[in-house]
Design a protein around this ligand. Sequence first.
Ligand SMILES: NC(=O)c1ccc[n+]([C@@H]2O[C@H](COP(=O)([O-])OP(=O)(O)OC[C@H]3O[C@@H](n4cnc5c(N)ncnc54)[C@H](O)[C@@H]3O)[C@@H](O)[C@H]2O)c1
Length: 322
Amino acid sequence: MSKGKIGVIGSGLIGRSYTMLFISAGYNVTLFDILAEQTHAAKKDIWDQLKALEKQNLLRGTLTPEKQFELIATTESLEECVRGAFFVQECVPERLEIKRNVWAKVDKMVDPSVIMSSSTSALLPSAISEGLANKNRFIVSHPTNPPFYAPATEVVPASWTDEDVKEKTIALLKEVGQIPVVLNREIKGFVLNRIQYAIMGECYRLIRDGIVSPEDVDTIMSQGLGMRYAFMGPWETAYLNATGMMHYGEAYSDMIFNIQQDFGPPERMEGPTLEYINESMRKLAGPEEDIQERRRWRDRRLTALAKLKKDMDKADAEDSKQ
Ligand SMILES: NC(=O)c1ccc[n+]([C@@H]2O[C@H](COP(=O)([O-])OP(=O)(O)OC[C@H]3O[C@@H](n4cnc5c(N)ncnc54)[C@H](O)[C@@H]3O)[C@@H](O)[C@H]2O)c1
């Protein structure tokens, strides 16, 4: 018995990941791309990833890779992709006119009850959906890359998004093993990228001003802050670094405020500072032409980290039962 059909539009990096998430919970997925060869490459890639996940004991859901794979259909017709789907996930390139164009077509093809969800990283849901007849059915579900190992997903409604669209999207994401974070209103950059760009901005200024090298900034993150951030955020970190938040505030608020006032204004990343960072990264991560190798290194580490976190969560859950 099928649990229902989901249409995925765009079969690049994120379209593939969403497809894998949905099939892991037993949904049928019909995958569409303007380039037919992309959907074929996507299927091959998904199969390889399913087998690798099985080997690492990180497969989601209860279905075998074979059973999950059987749930994928590909099509060269957008109409066929969305026909009969209760949920449509759009994963086309991050360009407003491309997204608006795709949604204008889908809007005319689907039933008003269908949920129309975009993977956009930064385009406002209101900007994509204004003008759609079913704009109240539109929402953003922005995953963290790679979604399989970094499950936090930002859910961003427009002011006109129906409440049930938000609730059903959250429920679906949870069902497939993601961890949704809902924004109460849309904001430029959403939350993940606002935090990420705040970090990048200060790191950039520290390098520009000759305080530290790019390698040292990465060491502070990967061997310092990042060790904690792999399993807790800045607030829990602060809470534990003092005796609760009120004590933290008493002890450090003045100092933090003082340092924050010392941060410079935003600066465009370009010119000699950017070239210097690039040279340092070439030494650290290898030249651009070999970047694929370093990406594989990153993914092996992410996989190991995801496994460690999963095992520790399981151990914690067993401990709390005793
Ligand atoms: N890559 C990331 O790290 C990441 C993370 C989170 C969100 N996102 C967002 O997800 C979306 C997709 O990004 P991606 O990295 O998968 O891009 P991608 O370039 O890997 O894939 C995009 C796919 O869309 C297809 N496409 C282009 N125009 C189309 C159209 N009109 N109809 C159907 N298919 C079309 C392309 O052929 C391609 O296969 C973007 O909005 C991006 O911002 C990306």
